[in-house]
Design a protein around this ligand. Sequence first.
Ligand code: G3P
Length: 214
Amino acid sequence: MKLFLDSANLEEIREVAGWGVLDGVTTNPSLCSKESVSFEENIRKICALTPGPVSAECVSLRADEIVLEARSLARIAANIAVKIPVGLEGLKATKALHAEGIAVNMTLIFSTGQALLAAKAGARFVSPFIGRLDDIAEDGMALIEEIVQVFENYRFETEVIVASVRHPRHVIDAALLGADIATVPYGVMTKLVRHPLTDIGVERFLADWRKVKT
Ligand code: G3P
């Protein structure tokens, strides 16, 4: 399973890359709005720090405009994946961009039907937002199960990015279902690493080590 960081913050990305577990980064307009540097400069720096794909989101609404915006984003670095919200205009743009070899991450996916259409249009990734479904008392993980099954049935090459991750259990459940990728906020990434019994164990070993004759 690949782990992406859901962040536009350079320090967070640098830190997690240093752990040796970073496979990619996803950004969105909300995450980018928290950073003080210019959007393009920030994305360029993120791409340089990240070993895998970096998602940068298009904000245009018409297919022809989305294509132009996506081409310009793709010129920033070789590892850019353009993020496009699912919809009729987004699907048309995805088809055109796929033909040009530009990787598309189709985002704001909330149904299996949307994921199926995105895969058929040639999206390299789909991003179902599970936390936002859980927020409205829907079952986000059930959506992941369906999409993973449908993609397996037809051997789509499109990869499932589990997005809108809120806690470590989301990551574990996504892994159990065989999702290709989870994109994880920094806070959840640090929670994945820690366990109170590990901390207690280290403390105890260190205390006992002090009694060992050396
Ligand atoms: O990458 C976008 C997605 O992860 C958004 O998460 O927490 O705003 O629903 P959230």
